[in-house]
Design a protein around this ligand. Sequence first.
Ligand code: TRP
Ligand code: SF4
Length: 403
Amino acid sequence: MALGANRRVLSGMRPTGQLHLGHYHGVLKNWASLQHEYECYFFVADWHALTTDYENPAIIGSSVWEMIIDWLAVGINPSEATLFIQSRVPEHAELHLLLSMITPLGWLERVPTYKDQQSRLREKDLATYGFLGYPLLQSADVLIYKAGLVPVGEDQVSHIEIAREIARRFNHIYGRETGFEEKAEAAARKMGRRNAKLYADLRRRYQEEGDGEALERGRALLEAQQNISLGDRERLHGYLEGSGKMILPEPQALLTPQAKMPGLDGEKMSKSYGNVITLRESPESVEQKIRTMPTDPARVRRTDPGDPDKCPVWKLHEVYSGDDVRAWVQSGCRSAAFGCLECKQPVIDAVLAEQAPIRERSEEFVRDPDAVRSIIDEGCEAARAVARETLEEVRAAMGLDYR
Ligand code: TRP
Ligand code: SF4
């Protein structure tokens, strides 16, 4: 798809309490840079938390606010991105319900995370309707904003794939309004004679000759139109591509470059491994945690040479240190020129330097929870306005506008 065609980005995160450096390097830095380039919607997926943690309702409330403070502290900016909470936009639930009518069970059963997660989280009973429907709820989250791009990690790509399939199926079943072709032709004329002719030409080249570039140009042409209604735009997109009216556009996964942030033990940083440094961890605790990190077990004494490749601290140098420090570590470790505590110091300094502005920004929000609430109130309202519009169209397409 032409990147220029749909510049709305949406992503969600489950409330898991205080975020850690893994979230920062893996997700949040990416969000913070996307917000400058795209129209971004970021939300707390609190209903999603209940799909696996329905027995633990108490954790949601506190986790949500801590997480939002973390977002704000890293520079996710409410004047650039819309920040909201899923359950405060109940339209997601209605769309989920409506889409469930046309979702084949097999599609959900075949999503790889369904069986994987059930066996990984064997201590929980995940043979529930809600857990099976999780990817459909996620699809509704995306489709209700007609988002074009969804930044996610590798593990979520199959969920975006199902969102695409659902959108396609929806458009196929409900995009066939009566008089579609006539309406599309009339809509084309509203773009003016020259554009209408260009559109017709691009459409013919795509449909008759399979010319992909013509398709891209056609899409760009439609996105550039200021004065056509949403409904007409959808007709023109559908007509261009040879389908019916395109009510729900297909989103694309925007694969987050997988920065594998190492934890204190050298494994991937993750709360469930107990190897994390939280985003707003106190400096004393950061220092303590890194000073007690395991190192190459061969370095029993200060005079024993070591091998950075066998040391979790080296993995942190790979994230935090420049070439000169890395060269210093490589030679000093192998020649036992210094001890491990000395080697850890640049990492400690770098983590503290990274956290200082984050901690500072967070303080203002910790002191003023009302300010955080009003940011979210505004975000929820803005998100709802968009969600309501899509839902109106969906209801109409499904015959629910008869009242
Ligand atoms: N399922 C995602 C996760 O566990 C969170 C999520 C929910 C999401 N809805 C979304 C991500 C919509 C992107 C778009 O990480
Ligand atoms: Fe690890 Fe550094 Fe110690 Fe070598 S000197 S074992 S790289 S902490």
